[in-house]
Design a protein around this ligand. Sequence first.
Ligand SMILES: NC(=O)c1ccc[n+]([C@@H]2O[C@H](COP(=O)([O-])OP(=O)(O)OC[C@H]3O[C@@H](n4cnc5c(N)ncnc54)[C@H](OP(=O)(O)O)[C@@H]3O)[C@@H](O)[C@H]2O)c1
Length: 240
Amino acid sequence: MADERIALVTGANKGIGAAIAAGLVARGLTVVVAARDAAKGAAAAQEIGAQQVTLDVTDDASVTQAAKEVQERFGRLDVLVNNAGISGGRNQVPGAVEMDTIRAIFETNVYGVIRVTEAFLPLLRQSTDARIINVSSGTASLGWMTDPDHGFAARGTMAGYPPSKTALNMLTVQYAKALADDGITVNAIAPGACNTDFATALGITLDRTAAQGAAIAIDLATGPDRPTASFMSDEGQIPW
Ligand SMILES: NC(=O)c1ccc[n+]([C@@H]2O[C@H](COP(=O)([O-])OP(=O)(O)OC[C@H]3O[C@@H](n4cnc5c(N)ncnc54)[C@H](OP(=O)(O)O)[C@@H]3O)[C@@H](O)[C@H]2O)c1
């Protein structure tokens, strides 16, 4: 039986967001592809049979307008996937940090999620099974980052991207606690290192596909269990 739930995915015109949107369509949800570039969003939405809205997570007016359009079209939202994110590139090595880079990363990866979540909360409150999924990163994990036996021990350090995702994880917990009485679940996911433009821009080629990275978000959005305040990969709970 078709799931009549409504889902919106930010940054869904490509990469992991597009794969999450496609997976939700495949599970029968009505999906809104949110993209800052209207033409790219429309093309991506058409390809998977989704709807589209223009939304730049760094722009108050754009986010407010997108929420208004979803309100007018559906009157509610059941699933919000805060996926849009940027790596910020290379100018974030501790000791040689470019402040504009750090600000841009936090504007998108942290403030953008707050901005979008706040704007769509009234619509999520109209749902009987509302779920928020924040696309975080394994690099957010303080547990993994400080474990000398973890693969991150040998990695280069960054003052922008991993801290932004650690902040996103704490936001996940804060919103989960705040929205528990409303029955709205809030979880963070780590998609794993996937071969998207995000990785290629850093000069990295990876075997893992965006669809593989999307799987845990799709499960959390549609599965029978309703965990909240968790940080999950497709291998299970990740240490905060
Ligand atoms: N790929 C990985 O290995 C990996 C690992 C861990 C976590 N993640 C996370 O997964 C998420 C998706 O990354 P990805 O690998 O799919 O990267 P991607 O292919 O670069 O896609 C990023 C998406 O975010 C959108 N976006 C960026 N800034 C935006 C803004 N201000 N407003 C609206 N949309 C915006 C991009 O839109 P445009 O096309 O307009 O730029 C694009 O649709 C990110 O949050 C990232 O941090 C990725």
